[in-house]
Design a protein around this ligand. Structure first.
Ligand code: NAP
Ligand code: BGC
Ligand code: ZN
Length: 356
């Protein structure tokens, strides 16, 4: 079968032939429909994040997938059922975080991540997975279900953000998303959804108009902020201070600047995965501001099955135009390397292995 891999020593994806996997007892065989590409996949290919499976000279890419049960293999799944796989797997059976359904909170070293950290991903015609790492999704998700994984990452971040403010009456009105990549735009759509409290939302980018991401930001009802014209430090005065900031740029200075963009009692969530970058900051001012203004800055990674379930509802509530506008390229497996090319016209690309 065809698989899209990155080989050791290379920084480009390649399409190769590999053996079709055979499910172990308790595992099902899944026929892949679509696999999405995000900023993390680029970081993996470039060697800036994750690592190769032990004893393998290549890694199958892809962690955002939607698939169909091809062989239930005596599990409780039904053949033809649509599923989305989770990303993390325990390095050793019996891991306490996985046992209690919180793989997203497992410390480094206790997990692998399929397609990212030490394990093969889903960018192949077939993959296998244990039932406990599969979430069933509605039949209507055959084309969009790969978005459940990235949306679930934001469901987790929002849950943690609210948890940090749950000890008092927090009535957030303003939210700023840093980054107009796929994660930032999906998050903006979630914050604009009816179930959240924000009445004014903003999204930071660094693009000239006309630009398809700015069109999405404005169609969602949010305000676009160009970081080249209005740097982070100027946002509270130019617009207003933010109750919630969600960082999805991977631009390390934003971690610190997030704190200054917050209103008193605000919370900042960091999701981006930056490379090393040494720069000077006023640590005293940062420390003082966090303390005297009851601000919170936290990091958030991955998600658990509850977040996948919430993500299914969020995706179902998105307007149809949004998913259509976000997906800017659908590539056959043989053309997969082109799906990793970036441009100002590219938002979210997918490799489509099959349709239902
Ligand atoms: P992406 O496609 O790389 O998007 C990042 C966006 O941020 C780009 O659109 C980029 O603009 C913009 N940006 C970068 N620096 C900026 C600056 N200084 N000012 C304004 N805009 C800036 O990545 P993604 O898939 O959306 O993911 C975002 C980040 O989150 C990545 O680092 C990814 O690895 C990480 N991530 C983390 C989790 C988690 O669980 N923690 C989950 C998913 C993704 P241009 O395109 O114009 O350059
Ligand atoms: C994935 C998460 C993963 C994180 C760190 C993200 O792109 O969506 O599942 O935990 O990268 O590797
Ligand atoms: Zn991801």
């Amino acid at each position: 079968m065809k698989a899209v891999v990155v080989r050791r020593g290379e920084t480009e994806p390649t399409v190769v032939e590999v053996d079709e996997p055979t499910p172990e007892p308790g595992e099902a065989l899944l026929r892949t429909l679509r696999v999405g590409i995000d900023g993390t996949d680029h970081e993996v290919i470039e060697g800036n994040h994750g690592w190769f499976p032990e004893n393998d000279d290549h890694q199958v890419l892809g962690h955002e997938a939607v698939a169909v049960v091809a062989d239930a293999n005596d599990t409780d799944l039904d053949e033809g059922q649509l599923v989305v796989p989770t990303v993390r797997r325990p390095r050793e059976e019996g891991n306490e975080f996985f046992e209690r359904g919180e793989p997203d909170m497992a410390p480094e070293g206790e997990y692998v991540e399929r397609g990212i950290v030490g394990a093969h991903g889903y960018m192949a015609e077939f993959f296998t997975s244990s039932l406990r790492y599969l979430v069933t999704v509605p039949d209507a998700f055959a084309e969009s279900g790969f978005l459940v994984e990235p949306i679930s990452n934001t469901e987790k971040a929002l849950e943690h953000a609210h948890a940090t403010r749950s000890a008092f009456e927090w009535t957030p009105e303003t939210a700023l998303v840093l980054g107009n990549g796929p994660l930032g735009l999906l998050t903006l759509a979630m914050l604009e959804g009816e179930q959240t409290d924000f009445s004014r939302t903003y999204c930071l980018g660094r693009r000239d108009r006309p630009d398809p991401t700015i069109d999405i930001i404005e169609r969602l009802g949010a305000t676009y902020i160009d970081s080249r014209e209005t740097p982070m430090a100027a946002i509270p005065a130019a617009h207003e201070p933010m109750d919630f900031v969600y960082e999805a740029t991977g631009y390390a200075k934003h971690a610190v600047e997030t704190v200054h963009a917050l209103r008193s009692n605000g919370v900042g969530a960091l999701l981006g995965i930056p490379e090393d970058w040494t720069f000077a900051i006023d640590g005293g001012a940062l420390h003082r501001e966090l303390v005297l203004q009851n601000k919170v800055l936290f990091g958030s990674v991955n998600s658990n099955v509850n977040h996948y379930e919430a993500a299914i509802d969020s995706l179902a509530a998105f307007p149809d135009w949004l998913v259509d506008d976000l997906i800017t390229g659908i590539y056959e497996p043989t053309a997969a390397p082109a799906a990793f090319e970036t441009s100002d016209e590219t938002i979210k690309t997918v490799v489509e292995f099959d349709t239902v």
